[in-house]
Ligand binder design. Structure first.
Ligand SMILES: C[S@@+](CC[C@H](N)C(=O)[O-])C[C@H]1O[C@@H](n2cnc3c(N)ncnc32)[C@H](O)[C@@H]1O
Length: 285
């Protein structure tokens, strides 16, 4: 099927159209991220939260752009070197430049991409902007990572992705919004168990390993008014998401050092030169 396949409103968050469920007074991760990336889809509450982060770390914007550049390189690796044609991208974010389907379909126009996000604003923009290549397919559904059944059992996910063939699971910049009481490692295992050998897992995650001078409470405070608390994790903790799978070179690395690409603009991160995020890609044996 060609073109954009519509997502469904039916979700764990209710059947009302997403636009009626957007509360501009509460800062949301997707809109804070959009603000930090220099996008246009954010409200005063999101800008306030983003500015608090910049105050704490003057390199926040550069770090966020470096994180996004990691995602582009890693998706290109998945589509090209790893030959993936099916992508389940959970925690999509508001569409910006270099979305997963654009990178993947530039390598292989037949690539199929299912986007999943629990923020209604992502659905609104996703539906308007995520147009697919003619040969491939792209869709966006509203669902919550913490409810694997609602994603893995979703008719559109199953209509679009063939789970008997390798699938690239992408969880970029989203697992730090899953608190420990939601057992994030067990949740990720549910998704890993649903895909066959040869599948890939891409994870990127906020860390304070490079910023020992920053108190975790100060760093996470801007998110406390929103729907999802922020949980930075250490290298060892992020590594647990990949357990049982084989990390490809260079392993779980600070995002700027993960296969830097000479052709792509590299961010210079002020304040010590670190993006406060790890990224990695692993293969299911
Ligand atoms: C920081 S953005 C990352 C966007 C994109 N993946 C990237 O790395 O550039 C995090 C996204 O995850 C979404 N998100 C947070 N918690 C989620 C959950 N429990 N289920 C699904 N999406 C979630 C947010 O709405 C937001 O769009």
């Amino acid at each position: 099927m060609a073109g954009f396949a519509n997502g469904s409103w039916a979700s764990s968050t209710g059947d009302a159209p997403p636009i009626t469920r957007i509360d501009p007074t509460i800062p949301h991760p997707a809109r804070i991220y959009d603000y930090l990336l220099g996008g246009k889809d954010h409200f005063a509450s999101d800008r306030e939260a983003g500015d608090q982060l910049i105050k704490l770390s003057p390199g926040t914007r550069e770090g966020v752009r470096a994180h996004r550049a990691f995602l582009r390189r890693a998706v290109r690796h998945l589509a090209d070197e790893a030959g993936m044609t099916q992508f389940l991208d959970i925690g999509t974010g508001i569409p910006t430049q270099g979305n997963t389907h654009e990178i993947a379909q530039a390598v292989n126009p037949k690539s199929r991409v299912v986007y999943v996000d629990n923020d209604p604003i992502v659905l609104v923009h996703g539906r308007a902007l995520l147009t697919s290549s003619d040969e491939g397919m792209t869709t966006v559904i509203e669902a919550d990572l913490r409810d694997p059944d609602s994603i893995l059992g979703h008719p559109e996910v199953n209509g679009m992705l063939d789970f008997s063939q390798p699938v690239a699971i992408i969880m970029a910049g989203v697992l730090h919004f899953v608190t420990d009481d939601n057992r994030p490692v067990e949740l990720v295992e549910r998704y890993k168990a649903a895909v066959p050998s040869g599948s890939r897992l891409l994870v990127s995650h906020i860390t304070l390993d490079f910023a020992p001078q920053v108190a975790e409470d100060d760093f996470t405070k801007p998110y406390d008014k929103g729907p999802a608390s922020m949980v930075p994790r250490t290298h060892a903790q992020v590594g647990e998401f990949f357990q049982g799978w084989t990390l490809v070179d260079p392993g779980l690395a600070e995002v700027v050092t993960w296969r830097p690409d000479e052709d792509e603009y590299q961010e210079t991160i002020p304040g010590g030169g670190h993006a406060w995020a790890y990224g990695g890609v692993a293969v299911k044996p």
